[in-house]
Ligand binder design. Structure first.
Ligand code: S3P
Length: 458
Protein backbone atom coordinates (compact mmCIF):
# COMPACT_ATOMS: atom_id res chain seq x y z
CA UNK A 1 0.00 0.00 0.00
CA UNK A 2 2.68 2.58 0.81
CA UNK A 3 4.75 3.74 -2.15
CA UNK A 4 7.94 2.03 -1.07
CA UNK A 5 7.23 -1.60 -1.85
CA UNK A 6 5.79 -0.77 -5.26
CA UNK A 7 8.39 1.76 -6.27
CA UNK A 8 10.28 -0.60 -8.59
CA UNK A 9 7.28 -0.99 -10.94
CA UNK A 10 6.46 1.94 -13.21
CA UNK A 11 2.92 1.78 -14.52
CA UNK A 12 2.43 4.21 -17.33
CA UNK A 13 -1.02 4.79 -18.74
CA UNK A 14 -2.36 6.90 -21.60
CA UNK A 15 -5.64 8.18 -22.89
CA UNK A 16 -6.15 9.04 -26.56
CA UNK A 17 -9.21 10.39 -28.34
CA UNK A 18 -11.69 7.54 -28.55
CA UNK A 19 -12.98 6.51 -31.97
CA UNK A 20 -16.59 6.71 -30.77
CA UNK A 21 -18.48 8.88 -28.29
CA UNK A 22 -18.58 7.68 -24.68
CA UNK A 23 -21.84 6.00 -23.79
CA UNK A 24 -23.44 3.79 -21.19
CA UNK A 25 -24.58 3.65 -17.58
CA UNK A 26 -22.17 3.07 -14.72
CA UNK A 27 -22.45 2.87 -10.96
CA UNK A 28 -20.05 5.18 -9.17
CA UNK A 29 -17.89 3.59 -6.43
CA UNK A 30 -18.50 4.41 -2.78
CA UNK A 31 -17.71 7.79 -1.32
CA UNK A 32 -14.24 7.89 0.20
CA UNK A 33 -15.10 10.32 2.99
CA UNK A 34 -18.17 8.33 4.03
CA UNK A 35 -16.29 5.02 3.79
CA UNK A 36 -13.56 6.16 6.22
CA UNK A 37 -16.17 7.47 8.62
CA UNK A 38 -18.35 4.36 8.41
CA UNK A 39 -15.41 2.15 9.40
CA UNK A 40 -14.28 4.51 12.16
CA UNK A 41 -17.67 5.10 13.74
CA UNK A 42 -18.56 1.42 13.36
CA UNK A 43 -15.37 0.63 15.29
CA UNK A 44 -16.38 3.01 18.09
CA UNK A 45 -19.96 1.75 18.30
CA UNK A 46 -21.22 -1.02 20.51
CA UNK A 47 -22.28 -3.98 18.40
CA UNK A 48 -21.97 -5.01 14.78
CA UNK A 49 -22.25 -2.54 11.90
CA UNK A 50 -22.85 -3.74 8.34
CA UNK A 51 -21.67 -1.43 5.58
CA UNK A 52 -22.86 -1.69 2.00
CA UNK A 53 -21.17 0.14 -0.86
CA UNK A 54 -17.84 0.68 0.93
CA UNK A 55 -15.12 2.07 -1.31
CA UNK A 56 -12.45 -0.62 -1.54
CA UNK A 57 -9.68 1.80 -2.42
CA UNK A 58 -6.26 1.79 -0.78
CA UNK A 59 -7.01 4.82 1.40
CA UNK A 60 -10.01 3.12 2.96
CA UNK A 61 -8.17 -0.21 3.27
CA UNK A 62 -5.48 1.66 5.23
CA UNK A 63 -8.15 2.88 7.64
CA UNK A 64 -9.53 -0.67 7.97
CA UNK A 65 -6.08 -2.04 8.79
CA UNK A 66 -5.42 0.68 11.37
CA UNK A 67 -8.76 0.06 13.08
CA UNK A 68 -8.00 -3.66 13.27
CA UNK A 69 -4.62 -2.86 14.82
CA UNK A 70 -6.48 -0.80 17.43
CA UNK A 71 -8.74 -3.71 18.34
CA UNK A 72 -11.88 -3.42 16.20
CA UNK A 73 -13.17 -6.37 14.18
CA UNK A 74 -13.18 -5.26 10.54
CA UNK A 75 -14.02 -7.88 7.96
CA UNK A 76 -14.89 -7.99 4.27
CA UNK A 77 -18.07 -9.96 3.59
CA UNK A 78 -18.19 -9.62 -0.18
CA UNK A 79 -17.94 -7.00 -2.90
CA UNK A 80 -18.29 -3.59 -1.21
CA UNK A 81 -19.89 -5.28 1.84
CA UNK A 82 -18.07 -5.03 5.17
CA UNK A 83 -18.77 -5.86 8.77
CA UNK A 84 -17.37 -3.98 11.77
CA UNK A 85 -17.46 -5.20 15.36
CA UNK A 86 -17.05 -2.10 17.47
CA UNK A 87 -15.22 -1.75 20.76
CA UNK A 88 -17.26 1.18 22.12
CA UNK A 89 -16.06 4.74 22.67
CA UNK A 90 -12.71 4.77 24.47
CA UNK A 91 -12.25 1.07 23.81
CA UNK A 92 -9.20 1.08 21.50
CA UNK A 93 -5.97 -0.53 22.74
CA UNK A 94 -2.40 0.52 21.96
CA UNK A 95 -1.33 -0.84 18.57
CA UNK A 96 1.74 -3.07 18.54
CA UNK A 97 3.22 -1.55 15.43
CA UNK A 98 3.22 1.65 13.38
CA UNK A 99 -0.13 2.67 11.90
CA UNK A 100 0.66 3.20 8.21
CA UNK A 101 -2.05 5.28 6.56
CA UNK A 102 -0.56 5.18 3.08
CA UNK A 103 -1.64 8.14 0.96
CA UNK A 104 -4.65 9.16 3.08
CA UNK A 105 -4.80 12.51 4.82
CA UNK A 106 -8.36 11.79 5.93
CA UNK A 107 -7.38 8.50 7.57
CA UNK A 108 -4.44 10.13 9.35
CA UNK A 109 -6.19 13.25 10.59
CA UNK A 110 -9.46 11.62 11.66
CA UNK A 111 -7.69 8.78 13.43
CA UNK A 112 -5.47 11.26 15.26
CA UNK A 113 -8.67 12.88 16.49
CA UNK A 114 -9.88 9.57 17.89
CA UNK A 115 -6.49 8.65 19.38
CA UNK A 116 -6.11 12.07 21.03
CA UNK A 117 -8.63 11.10 23.71
CA UNK A 118 -7.61 7.47 24.16
CA UNK A 119 -5.22 6.68 27.00
CA UNK A 120 -2.57 5.06 24.79
CA UNK A 121 0.45 5.82 22.65
CA UNK A 122 0.47 5.16 18.90
CA UNK A 123 2.95 5.80 16.08
CA UNK A 124 1.57 7.04 12.79
CA UNK A 125 3.15 7.28 9.34
CA UNK A 126 2.24 7.24 5.65
CA UNK A 127 3.69 7.33 2.14
CA UNK A 128 6.00 10.05 0.83
CA UNK A 129 3.02 12.26 -0.07
CA UNK A 130 1.35 11.96 3.34
CA UNK A 131 4.66 12.42 5.15
CA UNK A 132 5.01 15.79 3.46
CA UNK A 133 1.56 17.09 4.44
CA UNK A 134 0.85 19.45 7.35
CA UNK A 135 -0.37 17.84 10.56
CA UNK A 136 -0.15 20.95 12.78
CA UNK A 137 -3.68 21.80 11.75
CA UNK A 138 -4.88 18.83 13.84
CA UNK A 139 -2.06 18.68 16.37
CA UNK A 140 -2.83 22.22 17.59
CA UNK A 141 -6.50 21.66 18.47
CA UNK A 142 -5.95 18.08 19.69
CA UNK A 143 -3.23 19.29 22.07
CA UNK A 144 -5.84 21.52 23.71
CA UNK A 145 -7.70 18.35 24.78
CA UNK A 146 -4.49 17.25 26.53
CA UNK A 147 -3.00 14.95 23.87
CA UNK A 148 0.78 15.00 23.37
CA UNK A 149 2.59 14.68 20.06
CA UNK A 150 6.17 14.16 18.96
CA UNK A 151 6.56 14.82 15.25
CA UNK A 152 9.19 15.00 12.61
CA UNK A 153 10.39 18.50 11.79
CA UNK A 154 7.64 20.85 10.60
CA UNK A 155 4.85 18.89 12.29
CA UNK A 156 5.04 16.11 9.71
CA UNK A 157 4.61 12.35 9.94
CA UNK A 158 5.89 10.06 11.27
CA UNK A 159 4.61 11.12 14.66
CA UNK A 160 3.86 9.66 18.06
CA UNK A 161 0.61 10.55 19.79
CA UNK A 162 -0.16 9.96 23.46
CA UNK A 163 -3.84 10.51 24.05
CA UNK A 164 -5.19 12.50 26.99
CA UNK A 165 -6.16 10.44 30.05
CA UNK A 166 -8.47 13.22 31.30
CA UNK A 167 -9.45 15.13 28.18
CA UNK A 168 -10.76 18.68 28.44
CA UNK A 169 -13.64 19.63 26.10
CA UNK A 170 -13.02 22.44 23.63
CA UNK A 171 -14.72 25.02 21.49
CA UNK A 172 -12.50 25.37 18.46
CA UNK A 173 -12.76 27.83 15.59
CA UNK A 174 -11.41 26.38 12.35
CA UNK A 175 -8.55 28.53 11.02
CA UNK A 176 -8.78 26.74 7.63
CA UNK A 177 -11.95 25.48 5.95
CA UNK A 178 -11.19 21.79 6.49
CA UNK A 179 -13.65 18.98 7.13
CA UNK A 180 -10.71 16.86 8.24
CA UNK A 181 -9.81 19.27 11.03
CA UNK A 182 -13.45 19.69 12.01
CA UNK A 183 -13.89 15.92 12.12
CA UNK A 184 -10.70 15.35 14.13
CA UNK A 185 -11.97 17.75 16.81
CA UNK A 186 -15.48 16.27 16.89
CA UNK A 187 -14.10 12.73 17.09
CA UNK A 188 -11.79 13.77 19.95
CA UNK A 189 -14.90 15.17 21.64
CA UNK A 190 -16.56 11.74 21.57
CA UNK A 191 -14.43 10.39 24.44
CA UNK A 192 -14.39 13.69 26.34
CA UNK A 193 -16.83 14.53 29.11
CA UNK A 194 -18.99 17.59 28.40
CA UNK A 195 -19.61 19.28 25.08
CA UNK A 196 -17.08 19.85 22.30
CA UNK A 197 -17.85 22.43 19.64
CA UNK A 198 -16.41 23.48 16.32
CA UNK A 199 -17.08 26.85 14.72
CA UNK A 200 -16.74 26.63 10.97
CA UNK A 201 -16.85 30.04 9.29
CA UNK A 202 -17.10 28.40 5.84
CA UNK A 203 -19.25 25.33 5.37
CA UNK A 204 -17.31 22.11 4.71
CA UNK A 205 -18.51 18.57 4.05
CA UNK A 206 -20.72 17.41 6.91
CA UNK A 207 -20.52 13.60 6.69
CA UNK A 208 -19.10 13.27 10.22
CA UNK A 209 -21.98 15.16 11.81
CA UNK A 210 -24.57 13.25 9.81
CA UNK A 211 -23.06 9.87 10.54
CA UNK A 212 -22.56 10.59 14.24
CA UNK A 213 -26.30 11.29 14.42
CA UNK A 214 -26.97 8.05 12.52
CA UNK A 215 -25.06 6.12 15.23
CA UNK A 216 -27.07 7.79 18.01
CA UNK A 217 -24.68 10.53 19.17
CA UNK A 218 -26.19 13.85 20.22
CA UNK A 219 -25.03 16.42 17.70
CA UNK A 220 -26.37 19.96 17.43
CA UNK A 221 -25.79 22.13 14.38
CA UNK A 222 -26.73 25.81 14.59
CA UNK A 223 -25.96 28.91 12.60
CA UNK A 224 -23.09 30.85 14.18
CA UNK A 225 -23.70 34.56 14.82
CA UNK A 226 -20.54 35.46 12.82
CA UNK A 227 -21.71 33.34 9.87
CA UNK A 228 -21.08 29.67 9.17
CA UNK A 229 -22.02 26.97 11.64
CA UNK A 230 -21.55 25.93 15.25
CA UNK A 231 -21.39 22.14 15.55
CA UNK A 232 -21.55 20.57 19.00
CA UNK A 233 -21.17 16.96 20.04
CA UNK A 234 -22.14 15.76 23.51
CA UNK A 235 -19.26 13.68 24.85
CA UNK A 236 -19.24 10.04 25.93
CA UNK A 237 -22.46 8.91 24.27
CA UNK A 238 -23.04 5.26 23.58
CA UNK A 239 -22.70 4.86 19.83
CA UNK A 240 -25.03 2.11 18.70
CA UNK A 241 -24.13 -0.02 15.70
CA UNK A 242 -26.26 0.91 12.69
CA UNK A 243 -26.30 -0.27 9.08
CA UNK A 244 -24.68 2.11 6.61
CA UNK A 245 -25.20 2.45 2.89
CA UNK A 246 -22.38 4.47 1.37
CA UNK A 247 -23.40 6.82 -1.48
CA UNK A 248 -21.44 6.99 -4.75
CA UNK A 249 -18.53 9.40 -4.54
CA UNK A 250 -19.23 12.71 -6.32
CA UNK A 251 -15.47 13.32 -6.45
CA UNK A 252 -15.01 10.09 -8.42
CA UNK A 253 -18.11 10.71 -10.55
CA UNK A 254 -16.45 13.96 -11.63
CA UNK A 255 -14.03 12.10 -13.93
CA UNK A 256 -16.48 10.19 -16.18
CA UNK A 257 -18.77 13.22 -15.97
CA UNK A 258 -16.22 15.65 -17.41
CA UNK A 259 -15.00 12.99 -19.86
CA UNK A 260 -18.55 12.74 -21.23
CA UNK A 261 -18.73 16.53 -21.56
CA UNK A 262 -15.45 16.69 -23.49
CA UNK A 263 -15.78 13.79 -25.96
CA UNK A 264 -18.13 14.97 -28.73
CA UNK A 265 -21.41 13.08 -29.05
CA UNK A 266 -21.13 11.37 -25.64
CA UNK A 267 -24.08 10.55 -23.43
CA UNK A 268 -23.41 8.86 -20.11
CA UNK A 269 -25.50 8.05 -17.02
CA UNK A 270 -23.88 7.84 -13.59
CA UNK A 271 -25.99 6.15 -10.93
CA UNK A 272 -26.15 6.61 -7.17
CA UNK A 273 -24.01 9.75 -6.99
CA UNK A 274 -23.91 11.58 -3.64
CA UNK A 275 -25.37 15.08 -4.00
CA UNK A 276 -24.86 16.31 -0.44
CA UNK A 277 -24.88 20.12 -0.94
CA UNK A 278 -21.49 20.36 0.78
CA UNK A 279 -20.04 18.38 -2.17
CA UNK A 280 -21.77 19.69 -5.28
CA UNK A 281 -19.74 22.81 -6.13
CA UNK A 282 -18.47 21.19 -9.34
CA UNK A 283 -22.01 20.64 -10.62
CA UNK A 284 -22.75 24.34 -10.02
CA UNK A 285 -19.60 25.39 -11.89
CA UNK A 286 -20.27 23.11 -14.83
CA UNK A 287 -23.87 24.36 -15.05
CA UNK A 288 -22.52 27.94 -15.22
CA UNK A 289 -20.15 26.81 -17.98
CA UNK A 290 -23.10 25.54 -20.01
CA UNK A 291 -22.85 21.80 -19.32
CA UNK A 292 -25.85 19.58 -20.00
CA UNK A 293 -26.22 17.57 -16.78
CA UNK A 294 -29.60 16.35 -15.52
CA UNK A 295 -30.22 15.01 -12.02
CA UNK A 296 -32.98 12.46 -11.71
CA UNK A 297 -34.36 9.96 -9.22
CA UNK A 298 -33.20 12.07 -6.26
CA UNK A 299 -33.47 10.08 -3.04
CA UNK A 300 -31.94 9.72 0.42
CA UNK A 301 -29.79 6.65 1.14
CA UNK A 302 -28.27 6.10 4.58
CA UNK A 303 -28.85 9.73 5.57
CA UNK A 304 -27.15 11.13 2.44
CA UNK A 305 -28.92 12.55 -0.64
CA UNK A 306 -28.10 10.75 -3.91
CA UNK A 307 -29.23 11.01 -7.52
CA UNK A 308 -28.53 9.61 -10.96
CA UNK A 309 -26.85 12.04 -13.36
CA UNK A 310 -27.25 12.11 -17.13
CA UNK A 311 -24.47 13.97 -18.95
CA UNK A 312 -24.35 14.98 -22.60
CA UNK A 313 -21.31 16.39 -24.40
CA UNK A 314 -21.43 20.00 -25.51
CA UNK A 315 -19.52 23.24 -25.82
CA UNK A 316 -18.44 24.86 -22.54
CA UNK A 317 -17.69 28.50 -21.79
CA UNK A 318 -15.36 29.98 -19.18
CA UNK A 319 -16.64 31.01 -15.74
CA UNK A 320 -15.55 32.94 -12.67
CA UNK A 321 -15.53 30.55 -9.71
CA UNK A 322 -15.82 32.33 -6.34
CA UNK A 323 -13.51 31.38 -3.43
CA UNK A 324 -16.47 30.58 -1.18
CA UNK A 325 -17.30 27.59 -3.34
CA UNK A 326 -13.89 25.96 -2.82
CA UNK A 327 -14.75 23.81 0.24
CA UNK A 328 -17.69 22.26 -1.65
CA UNK A 329 -15.48 21.12 -4.52
CA UNK A 330 -11.96 21.15 -3.11
CA UNK A 331 -11.03 17.82 -4.72
CA UNK A 332 -12.61 18.71 -8.06
CA UNK A 333 -10.32 21.56 -9.18
CA UNK A 334 -7.98 19.29 -11.16
CA UNK A 335 -10.83 17.97 -13.32
CA UNK A 336 -12.56 21.37 -13.49
CA UNK A 337 -9.31 22.84 -14.82
CA UNK A 338 -9.31 20.23 -17.61
CA UNK A 339 -12.85 21.28 -18.57
CA UNK A 340 -11.75 24.93 -18.43
CA UNK A 341 -8.84 24.19 -20.79
CA UNK A 342 -11.34 22.93 -23.40
CA UNK A 343 -13.90 25.72 -22.84
CA UNK A 344 -14.25 28.96 -24.78
CA UNK A 345 -12.92 31.92 -22.81
CA UNK A 346 -11.35 32.59 -19.42
CA UNK A 347 -12.04 30.55 -16.30
CA UNK A 348 -10.80 32.01 -13.02
CA UNK A 349 -10.77 29.66 -10.03
CA UNK A 350 -10.30 31.80 -6.95
CA UNK A 351 -9.01 31.13 -3.46
CA UNK A 352 -7.18 27.82 -3.97
CA UNK A 353 -4.56 28.03 -1.18
CA UNK A 354 -5.69 24.68 0.23
CA UNK A 355 -4.83 22.97 -3.08
CA UNK A 356 -1.16 23.42 -2.25
CA UNK A 357 -1.38 20.96 0.68
CA UNK A 358 -3.28 18.09 -0.91
CA UNK A 359 -1.74 14.75 -1.99
CA UNK A 360 0.58 16.99 -4.04
CA UNK A 361 0.73 20.75 -4.63
CA UNK A 362 -2.23 20.61 -6.98
CA UNK A 363 -2.15 24.28 -7.85
CA UNK A 364 1.30 24.04 -9.40
CA UNK A 365 0.67 20.50 -10.69
CA UNK A 366 -2.43 21.54 -12.63
CA UNK A 367 -0.74 24.64 -14.04
CA UNK A 368 2.46 22.86 -15.07
CA UNK A 369 0.58 19.94 -16.62
CA UNK A 370 -1.84 22.11 -18.57
CA UNK A 371 0.99 24.33 -19.82
CA UNK A 372 2.85 21.21 -20.98
CA UNK A 373 -0.31 20.16 -22.86
CA UNK A 374 -0.30 23.51 -24.66
CA UNK A 375 -3.00 25.35 -22.69
CA UNK A 376 -2.72 28.98 -21.62
CA UNK A 377 -2.68 28.93 -17.84
CA UNK A 378 -1.34 31.07 -14.99
CA UNK A 379 -1.37 31.34 -11.21
CA UNK A 380 -1.97 34.72 -9.59
CA UNK A 381 -1.70 34.56 -5.82
CA UNK A 382 -4.04 31.71 -4.90
CA UNK A 383 -6.06 31.95 -8.11
CA UNK A 384 -5.78 29.68 -11.12
CA UNK A 385 -6.55 31.24 -14.50
CA UNK A 386 -7.15 29.16 -17.62
CA UNK A 387 -7.74 30.77 -21.01
CA UNK A 388 -9.58 28.31 -23.21
CA UNK A 389 -9.89 28.61 -26.96
CA UNK A 390 -12.99 26.47 -27.27
CA UNK A 391 -10.83 23.60 -28.51
CA UNK A 392 -8.88 21.07 -26.42
CA UNK A 393 -5.15 21.80 -26.06
CA UNK A 394 -2.61 19.79 -28.09
CA UNK A 395 -1.60 17.16 -25.50
CA UNK A 396 1.14 14.73 -26.51
CA UNK A 397 2.97 14.72 -23.16
CA UNK A 398 3.55 12.53 -20.13
CA UNK A 399 2.44 14.06 -16.83
CA UNK A 400 4.04 13.19 -13.50
CA UNK A 401 1.33 12.00 -11.14
CA UNK A 402 3.41 12.72 -7.97
CA UNK A 403 1.48 10.21 -5.82
CA UNK A 404 -1.66 12.22 -6.55
CA UNK A 405 -4.61 10.15 -7.79
CA UNK A 406 -6.71 13.14 -8.84
CA UNK A 407 -3.94 14.72 -10.90
CA UNK A 408 -3.43 11.35 -12.62
CA UNK A 409 -7.12 10.85 -13.44
CA UNK A 410 -7.71 14.48 -14.49
CA UNK A 411 -4.95 14.44 -17.11
CA UNK A 412 -6.01 11.01 -18.39
CA UNK A 413 -9.48 12.46 -18.96
CA UNK A 414 -8.03 15.48 -20.75
CA UNK A 415 -6.22 13.06 -23.07
CA UNK A 416 -9.62 11.81 -24.30
CA UNK A 417 -10.11 15.20 -25.93
CA UNK A 418 -6.63 16.40 -26.95
CA UNK A 419 -5.29 15.94 -30.49
CA UNK A 420 -2.36 13.82 -29.24
CA UNK A 421 -2.59 11.37 -26.31
CA UNK A 422 -1.79 12.35 -22.73
CA UNK A 423 0.00 9.85 -20.50
CA UNK A 424 0.78 9.69 -16.81
CA UNK A 425 4.01 8.26 -15.50
CA UNK A 426 2.54 6.27 -12.62
CA UNK A 427 -1.04 5.07 -12.56
CA UNK A 428 -0.76 3.07 -9.32
CA UNK A 429 -1.81 6.08 -7.25
CA UNK A 430 -5.32 5.93 -8.78
CA UNK A 431 -6.07 2.89 -6.59
CA UNK A 432 -6.16 5.10 -3.50
CA UNK A 433 -9.61 6.44 -4.40
CA UNK A 434 -10.86 4.79 -7.61
CA UNK A 435 -9.44 1.30 -8.15
CA UNK A 436 -11.95 0.61 -10.96
CA UNK A 437 -11.23 3.86 -12.80
CA UNK A 438 -9.67 2.29 -15.90
CA UNK A 439 -12.22 -0.50 -16.28
CA UNK A 440 -15.17 1.83 -15.65
CA UNK A 441 -13.90 4.41 -18.13
CA UNK A 442 -13.10 1.74 -20.69
CA UNK A 443 -16.63 0.34 -20.32
CA UNK A 444 -17.83 3.77 -21.42
CA UNK A 445 -15.52 3.61 -24.43
CA UNK A 446 -12.31 5.30 -23.24
CA UNK A 447 -9.67 2.65 -24.15
CA UNK A 448 -6.96 3.66 -21.68
CA UNK A 449 -3.88 1.50 -21.99
CA UNK A 450 -0.10 1.29 -21.46
CA UNK A 451 1.64 4.23 -23.05
CA UNK A 452 5.09 3.49 -24.36
CA UNK A 453 4.28 5.55 -27.45
CA UNK A 454 3.99 8.93 -25.68
CA UNK A 455 7.43 10.48 -25.92
CA UNK A 456 7.73 14.03 -24.61
CA UNK A 457 7.66 14.53 -20.83
CA UNK A 458 5.67 17.41 -19.38
C1 S3P B 1 -12.01 15.18 3.25
C2 S3P B 1 -11.90 16.54 3.33
C3 S3P B 1 -11.13 17.34 2.37
C4 S3P B 1 -10.83 16.58 1.09
C5 S3P B 1 -10.40 15.17 1.34
C6 S3P B 1 -11.44 14.42 2.14
C7 S3P B 1 -12.76 14.47 4.31
O1 S3P B 1 -9.91 17.71 2.97
O2 S3P B 1 -9.84 17.25 0.34
O3 S3P B 1 -10.17 14.50 0.13
O4 S3P B 1 -13.10 13.29 4.13
O5 S3P B 1 -13.03 15.09 5.35
P1 S3P B 1 -9.84 19.03 3.90
O6 S3P B 1 -10.92 18.88 4.85
O7 S3P B 1 -8.53 19.01 4.57
O8 S3P B 1 -10.00 20.15 2.93
Amino acid sequence: MPDDHLSHVAVTLAGARPAHPLSGTVRIPGDKSCSHRALMLGSLAVGRTEIDGLLEGEDVLATAAALRALGAGVERLGERRWRVDGVGIGGFGAPEDLLDLGNSGTAARLLLGILATHDLTAFVTGDASLRSRPMRRVIDPLSLFGARFVTREGGRLPLAVTGARDPVPQTYRLPVPSAQVKSAVLLAGLNTPGETSVIEPQITRDHTERMLGHFGARVRVAPHPDGGKLITVVGQPELVAAPIRVPGDPSSAAFPLVAALLVPGSEVTLTGVGINPSRTGLLDCLAEMGADITRFDERVEGGEPVADLKVRAGALKGADIPPGRAPTMIDEYPILAMAAACAQGRTVMRGLAELRVKESDRLSGIAAGLAACGAKVSIEGDDLIVDGTGKPPAGGVTIESRLDHRIAMAFLVLGLATAAPVAIDDARTIASSFPDFVSLMNRLGAAFDGADHVAATG
